[in-house]
Ligand binder design. Structure first.
Ligand SMILES: [Zn+2]
Length: 468
């Protein structure tokens, strides 16, 4: 079997994957800031982490997956400026920060469940790990990495030689950019808050006592504190959207490598690309989709969104628009219908016939989680003339353990059956070819139909076809 290879943002190369402890993998994924409904772009990073986890489980690893809930300290700008997102949302809604956090944490969990993401082993909240964050800040302070200004306690990035490494930052270039909204007293624009003081004139909903004074932790601190609390001072994989690499993840590395004296703190940094909207601004007011609930309101199956996600490699930008969603929905419905027809087929597994398909499917995912390639194997198997229905069913259900499309239970949305004399005649011709074991001839007819956008579904009652 081929080695598992993942692209590591830290080294900018694909590397053989091996966990620190044989057989066990620790994964940390940056979770939501729970001040509003999650955008489907954020859901992509959850789906990516879930695919990674499911693949590693299928490889026999025990996986410990930690996803945090950010319910404090994330300011409107990721670089510690502007208002606190949670405070702002709570004020607007006239509710407490805890009520806002509970509401949107629940919504986020429901979204994840609807797209069939496995439960994380741990789902810690930042506000429940203030002590760990303060302890980490103390270590950094004792080691001389921090300085104090009126606004809070800051990390001095010039003291960490590898600061620019993860995101290949141009720190000198950053110095030249004068920002009017910059925090006064920072020595370098990239220096970031470990602890922010509560301003005396502002009544905050969330603030705590600390050795430095009353206030709240900087956003980046929570991920260093909680990941290492649950996964150890070094762990295997950290995931997140690519937009987090240059500030949030860079700061996590600085805090953790300096506090724990480890390097690398995380073996593999894996980042998913953006969901792009083809230049269209996504907003509720325009009637565009921004959240999973919008898709559901439009009558979409959430798992069709998962199917959509699987059509692109996680490191490629993927364009979301109504046409792409419609195509994914059709594809998903066809696959569901096809597997539903195969469910009742009696068992007659032929392991030898299945083996090459299993290996191709695995090889696609072992090569940096190439989901589109894995989906191509799914459709090859689904349409195969040489595999028995029982083998096709077994393979598709086995693949689905990793894909998470719930093919074992999903109910077909509608019966697929169409009629056209010319196409029916071609189907009959293909049937005849198969009966005389002319599989090449049968494949040719299937390919001709596929070129017209017609797919064949073999059922116990004979073949049916549908237009894509
Ligand atoms: Zn994070």
């Amino acid at each position: 079997m081929s080695a598992i290879v993942f692209y590591n943002t830290r080294t900018r190369t694909k590397q053989d994957f091996a966990p620190l402890q044989p057989g066990r993998v620790g994964i940390y994924t940056c979770g939501p800031t729970v001040y509003g409904p999650q955008h489907i772009g954020n859901l992509r990073s959850q789906l990516f982490a879930d695919l990674l986890k499911r693949f590693l489980l299928s490889e026999g690893f025990a996986v410990e997956h930690v996803i945090n809930i950010t319910d404090v300290g994330h300011l409107v700008s990721d670089a510690d400026e502007g208002e606190d997102k949670m405070e702002l949302a709570a004020k607007r809604a006239g509710q407490s920060a805890a009520e806002i956090a509970d509401k949107y944490t629940q919504m986020w969990r429901e979204d994840r469940a609807r797209v069939n993401c496995l439960e994380p082993e741990r789902n810690p909240r930042a506000s429940e790990h203030i002590a760990e964050q303060i302890a980490l800040g103390r270590v950094l302070e004792e080691k001389g990495y921090l300085y104090r200004i009126d606004d809070g306690l800051y990390f001095d990035v010039s003291k960490f030689d590898h600061y620019s490494e993860l995101a290949r930052l141009d720190l000198e270039g950053q110095r030249d950019v004068q920002r009017i909204d910059a925090v006064e007293g920072k020595r370098h624009p990239a220096d970031f808050a470990i602890w922010k003081f509560a301003a005396p004139e502002v009544r905050r909903l969330q603030e705590w006592d600390s050795p430095w004074g009353r206030g709240f932790p900087g956003w980046h601190l929570e991920c260093s504190a909680m990941s290492s609390r649950y996964l150890g001072e070094r762990f295997d994989i950290h995931t997140g959207g690519i937009d987090l690499a240059s500030v949030h993840h860079t700061n996590e590395v600085a805090q953790s490598e300096c506090a724990y004296d480890v390097r690398p703190w995380v073996s593999f940094w894996m980042h998913n690309e953006f969901l792009d909207f083809g230049g269209e601004k996504m907003s509720k007011s325009k009637g565009n989709v921004t959240a999973l609930s919008d898709l559901v309101e439009q009558g979409r199956d959430p798992l069709a969104f998962r199917y959509f996600f699987l059509q692109a490699h996680y490191r490629q930008q993927q364009t979301f628009n109504p046409e792409a969603m419609e195509a994914a929905s059709r594809g998903y419905r066809r696959l569901v219908a096809l597997v539903a027809e195969l469910r009742a087929v009696p068992d007659s597994a032929d392991r030898d016939a299945q083996a090459p398909h299993r290996e191709r499917f695995r090889a696609a995912l072992a090569d940096d989680l190439n989901a589109p390639k894995a989906m191509a194997v799914v459709w090859d198997v689904a349409r195969s003339d040489s595999l028995s229905p029982a083998d096709r069913r077994d393979l598709l259900l086995a693949f689905d353990e990793v894909l998470g499309l719930d093919l074992a239970h999903a109910v077909p949305a509608e019966e697929i059956s169409e009629s056209d004399p010319r196409i029916d005649a071609m189907l009959a011709e293909r049937q005849a070819a198969r009966e005389r074991k002319d599989f090449a001839g049968a494949d040719r007819i299937r390919d001709e139909l596929a070129a017209e956008g017609i797919s064949i579904i073999d059922t116990p009652e004979g073949p049916r076809w549908s237009r894509e």
